[in-house]
Design a protein around this ligand. Structure first.
Ligand code: HMG
Ligand code: NDP
Length: 423
């Protein structure tokens, strides 16, 4: 692309074909780029245009199925959308190795979503706090009125909290509306509630209402999973010990905890994306939760059972929906929810937590034994082969040469391809 201006008046109202025309011009008339965008697969052009702004196409991400998963006694196939090799293999592997102990056992704190209302400019914040808490029933009635359908579904305002923040810009009162949003992530419902009650809170307290938006630190919406891996299934007591030491590293060091949690999110984000949920919301929530308590730490915890086996637990905020956002309008997300056979946000959150735990087990085991490169790079070898220009049957042949040589790099891939082509 050249550095021609990015100011494109009319781009938003142009048709997708017209936008592609502009893009092709920018790419020097590169028709190949255009044809890639023209094939949208199962996602209709019109749908793409309604979902986002200035749409030109779709970015296809591979979708796979994690096998061997048993969650709360239910066998299931879990759809995962990810661009990274070995992520799905790791879940399949981990899930297989804990089947003998019943797979994953999960729980869920409830679909409680927090909306925040920021109130500024108060000289007597404590008085304002008590005023608001004393009128909880009126606030509940206002929220119910905003979304009567949610109340009918068994949701609605569950709790009211008023926090005082001492900031560089002075004291602030922050009101939390804790709302049961049932099977929705609930952003839109709680944001509307926050916007509705804010002017009333301002009137009661004399405050200036400012931000009114949900919090992505969804710590009332925790999903938990536990599983036990028999020592014999994972290489014996020495591997259990090594994995525990690896987990302790994450407990003690935020540099390691960030990578540990990235691995967990490899699994979680892949399920979130496959089901049309908001990956950014889930990631923000997970990392904020990991930092609660002062030091950033791991989302999973590992211990040795009395029998000498390895037990893992995960606790993570999962604001997921099976209605709302893109979940109901994206045909692939709908298919993925059907494959999962989930009928509630709760079921989806429980499964997703289990996948996060499985992912962490897989990474920890690899790291504590062979190292990550052996399994991960063996699967990544095909990507390297494609990167260096292998096509058709050449891809597996170059990948096999890379695995056999033990160095999965582009330079080695180029050499293997040249050799294969008789160069
Ligand atoms: C790659 C494995 C699974 C090999 O693991 P393995 O034990 O050599 O696998 P295996 O060949 O003995 O097969 C055992 C089972 O694994 C599954 N499996 C095995 N291969 C496949 C495959 N191709 N496709 C689908 N499933 C596969 C499959 O279920 C199979 O059973 P089967 O079905 O054959 O009866 C293992 O080495 C592993 O789990 N590695 C970790 C991979 C990983 O974590 N990848 C994420 C990318 S790295 C990263 O981003 C995160 C990280 C690592 O930094 C996080 C951290 O630091 O904590
Ligand atoms: N910071 C953030 O994370 C933010 C995220 N978002 C975005 O918000 C979207 C998610 O918002 P969300 O409010 O979930 O989506 P929607 O508003 O699209 O859908 C939720 C609505 O579905 C209806 N509904 C139907 N059946 C049910 C049921 N069983 N349980 C609950 N609700 C039901 C309810 O509406 P009704 O009562 O009217 O029938 C409910 O309010 C995502 O796209 C996200 O990206 C937006 C702003 C900020």
């Amino acid at each position: 692309m050249t550095d021609t201006t990015s100011r494109l008046p009319g781009f938003a109202t142009a048709s997708r074909q017209e936008r592609l025309g502009v893009l092709a011009e920018r790419l020097g008339g590169n028709a190949e780029a255009l044809s890639l965008m023209e094939h949208l697969g199962p996602v209709e052009g019109e749908l793409v245009e309604r979902m986002i702004e200035n749409a030109i196409g779709v970015m296809p991400v591979p979708l796979g199925l994690a096998t061997n998963m048993m969650v709360d006694g239910r066998e299931m196939l879990v759809p995962m959308a990810t661009e990274e090799s070995s992520v799905i293999a790791a879940v399949c592997n981990s899930a297989k190795r804990c089947r003998a102990t019943g797979g994953f056992h999960t729980s869920y704190a409830g679909s409680l979503t927090i909306a925040q209302v920021q109130l500024c400019g108060l000289s007597d914040p404590q008085r304002a706090r008590l005023e608001i808490l004393g009128r909880a029933e009126e606030i509940r009635a206002m929220c119910d009125e905003v979304d009567p359908q949610l109340t009918e579904l068994g949701g609605g305002l569950r709790d009211l909290e008023v926090r005082l923040l001492n900031t560089r810009a002075g004291d602030m009162v922050v009101v939390h509306l804790v709302v049961d949003t049932r099977d929705a992530m609930g952003a839109n419902a709680v944001n509307t509630m926050a916007e509705t009650v804010a002017p009333v809170l301002a009137e009661w307290t004399g405050a200036r209402p400012l931000l009114r938006i949900l919090s992505n630190l969804a710590d009332r919406r925790l999903a938990r999973a536990r599983a036990v891996w028999p020592a014999a299934e994972i290489g014996g007591a020495e591997v259990v010990e090594a994995m525990l030491l690896g987990a302790e590293f994450a407990e003690a060091d935020p540099y390691r905890a960030a990578t540990h949690n990235k691995g967990i999110m490899n699994g979680i984000s892949a399920v979130v994306l496959a089901t049309g949920n908001d990956t950014r919301a889930i990631e923000a929530g997970a990392h904020a939760f990991a930092a609660q308590g002062g030091q950033y730490g791991p989302l999973t915890h590992w211990e040795r059972t009395a029998e000498g086996d390895l037990a893992g637990t995960i606790e993570v905020p999962l604001s997921l929906g099976i209605v709302g956002g893109a979940t109901r309008i994206h045909p692939v997300a709908q298919l993925c929810l059907k494959i999962l056979g989930t009928d509630s946000a709760e079921a989806l959150a429980r499964i997703t937590a289990a996948v996060g735990l499985a992912q962490n087990f897989g990474a920890l085991r690899a790291l504590a034994t062979d190292g990550i490169q052996k399994g991960h790079m063996a699967l990544h070898a095909q990507n390297v082969a494609i990167t260096v220009g292998a096509t058709g049957d050449e891809v597996e042949q170059v990948a096999a040469a890379l695995r056999a040589g033990g160095r999965v790099t582009e330079a080695e891939g180029r050499k293997a391809l040249e050799k294969l082509r008789g160069g």
